[in-house]
Design a protein around this ligand. Structure first.
Ligand code: GLN
Length: 590
């Protein structure tokens, strides 16, 4: 052994001692020392990482829409509040490469991340509940997994082997799960989309089964979310669907460690015992999650009441920490004790579909929490405004919000709604397509360009006030080809938005192809529009407002993706504040 080797010996000794401490759960003070982490990571990265990052897998059974995303996010939040570093991930079994090409009817909103990835709306819950940094590694679909396996096959990386679901597809799934491991990560929470028993989810379940075999059982925790329905006719809760769903999991070799049972009514001790016995889990690992009618932000607290967080840290041998829920309790207190009440009309194409504008509704709630206002949201179909008129459908609201969207249906209704808000001094907030409709409305009804339109809807319009971005003109593929993700903007000093943000530059997330047409800027300025935000080169209009109006703000980006219950987005806060003022003024008048 040379001198170098001799030097390594004591280091290795320390490493094994450290690992021993880790295994004993005594690592809290040590692991926060960055030097120890870095040195050990380089000494033996594989082993060190394995001993550091634990994995929680959340599966769902019985029916879809049980709120797996919310439950996973709540678990993440509770672990963070115990001082742990958490990463969140969702694996979706559908074959689309991402949800960007799916209709909101099919899939709800497409949630956009800073890096421009178009992801599942559950990632919105993850960002609202936790501080887990999300990138494209946080959401994989069957489509992406297969795409990557097939690309490897084309490059000859499988060396002549027959490419199969096991092991090639399952290896790829395990690889993307491990991507989130790291010396600074205590727990990765991976939610498996779909319901146990679906054909599509089988490779994912098989991969997470293998995962504990590869990494060690003590590194992994399987949580299964199921439904315990109440049968009116029988007058009782039924545990059989849960038994069947766990049975399916056990058939493929996954024994859940914890069951979270969604239910309308409290589960009796007797029923919990029955579930525990038939599903082969200890009694204290059957956790009740009762429906929450008031707010989704109650979910983490109800899980704490049932000791889920304690159970998880104990089972994974994680440092216990102390749970700090001060912020969260304050947030719920504000929600429960509002001082104002306002109503906001959201006029969109998918008004009847609650998930289509999920983050918008959430962001309005956050602004309500901030101002202690109960925000009543009326979801209004834009086509009904075309039929019945804005006056009839919009009178009495304290604010109008027009969200993003695609396609021509309902555009004229949105334009009429914006005209109504502009002329009556009702606070207006236009987002993405909402900005584009506001530009069309202003051109037609104020500047006098009657035929003004977006070329998305009328290719031959005489006045294309909204048109394709130059870099978009040649693009024919639909998936992932828009202007996507975080982009910087510079704010005008004397603008309402500058006052809301309190900074000169901002970064917001985008998802669009069309853009305000700069050749019309002069005419808008001459008629009282202020371009309150542009990209740093001043080539793209990102925000315009109407200074003469109480609150008329249109933005080309999606601020709703960056709002949190504990930190409302500044523009949503400004909009709700304006609506509160409008409401008070209306009351004084009447
Ligand atoms: N359809 C518009 C565009 O592509 C707006 C997109 C949006 O609202 N997200 O530019």
């Amino acid at each position: 052994m040379g001198t170098q080797g001799l030097a390594i010996v004591p280091l290795r000794g320390h490493f094994f001692y450290f690992n021993y401490l880790c295994d004993k759960g005594l690592r809290t003070p040590l692991r926060h020392c960055p030097w120890i982490r870095i040195v050990l990571h380089f000494l033996q990265p594989g082993r060190f990482d394995r001993s550091m990052t634990k994995h929680i897998f959340v599966t769902g059974g019985v029916v879809s829409s049980l709120g797996k995303g919310l439950t996973s996010a709540s678990i993440g939040m509770l672990l963070e509040q115990r001082g742990l570093h958490v990463r969140m991930q969702k694996l979706d079994p559908y074959i689309n490469v991402d949800p960007g090409t799916m209709s909101p009817y099919q899939h709800g909103e497409v949630y956009v991340l800073d890096d421009g990835s178009e992801t599942d709306l559950d990632l919105g819950h993850y960002e609202r509940f936790t501080h887990s940094p999300l990138t494209r590694d946080a959401n994989y679909t069957t489509g992406q997994i297969y795409l990557s396996v097939i690309e490897k096959e084309r490059r000859g990386e499988f060396l002549g082997k027959t490419v199969q679901v096991i092991p090639h597809v399952t290896n790829e799934i395990k690889r993307v799960i491990r991507k989130l491991d790291g010396p600074d990560v205590d727990v990765v929470i991976t939610e498996i989309g779909g319901t146990v028993g679906d054909i599509e989810s089988q490779p994912f379940l098989e991969a997470i089964r293998q995962f504990s075999l590869d990494e060690g059982k003590e590194q992994c925790l399987y949580i299964h979310l199921t439904l315990v329905p109440y049968l009116k006719a029988a007058g009782e809760l039924k545990t059989k669907p849960t038994q069947h769903s766990v049975g399916r999991l056990r058939e493929i070799g996954i024994q859940p460690d914890i069951l979270i049972c969604r239910t309308e009514r409290s589960i009796s001790r007797e029923d919990r015992e029955k579930i525990a016995l038939f599903c082969n889990v200890p009694f204290n690992c059957v956790i009740e999650e009762k429906d929450k009618d008031f707010s989704i932000y109650e979910v983490p607290l109800s899980l704490v009441e049932n000791d889920l967080d304690k159970l998880i840290v104990k089972q994974l041998g994680l440092p216990v920490g102390t749970l700090d829920l001060e912020n969260w309790r304050d947030l719920l207190h504000r929600l429960r004790n509002p001082k104002h009440e306002i109503s906001i009309a959201v006029v969109g194409k998918y008004a009847q579909h609650f998930d289509a504008y999920k983050s918008i509704y959430e962001a309005l709630d956050h602004a309500g929490i901030r101002h202690r206002a109960q925000v009543r949201i009326a979801r209004i179909q834009s086509e009904s405004i075309e039929r019945e008129g804005a006056e009839r459908l919009l009178a009495g609201y304290d604010g109008l919000l027009v969200p993003g969207g695609f396609g021509e249906r309902g555009i004229e209704g949105k334009v009429d709604a914006i005209r109504f808000a502009r002329e009556r001094g009702i606070p207006f907030f236009g987002i993405c397509l909402g900005l584009q409709c506001a530009a069309i409305e202003f051109a037609r009804n104020v500047i006098g360009l009657q035929g003004a339109h977006s070329t998305e809807f009328d290719k031959d319009t005489p006045d294309p006030v909204i048109c394709l971005l130059n870099e978009q003109r040649e693009i024919t593929e639909k998936g992932g080809t828009m202007r996507l993700g975080a982009q910087p903007a510079v704010l005008a000093p004397e603008s309402k938005v500058r006052a809301c943000y309190g900074t000169d530059t901002i970064s917001e997330r985008h998802r669009h192809r069309y853009e305000f047409n700069n050749t019309y800027r002069r005419q808008y300025l001459d008629h009282g529009i202020q371009f309150a935000g542009t990209d740093p080169e001043d080539t793209l209009v990102e925000i315009f407002e109407l200074p003469a109006h109480p609150w008329f703000v249109a933005v080309q980006f999606h601020p709703e993706f960056k709002s949190k219950p504990t930190a409302a987005h500044p523009l949503f806060a400004g909009f709700v504040q304006a609506a509160i003022e409008r409401h008070a003024a209306d009351k004084d008048r009447s």
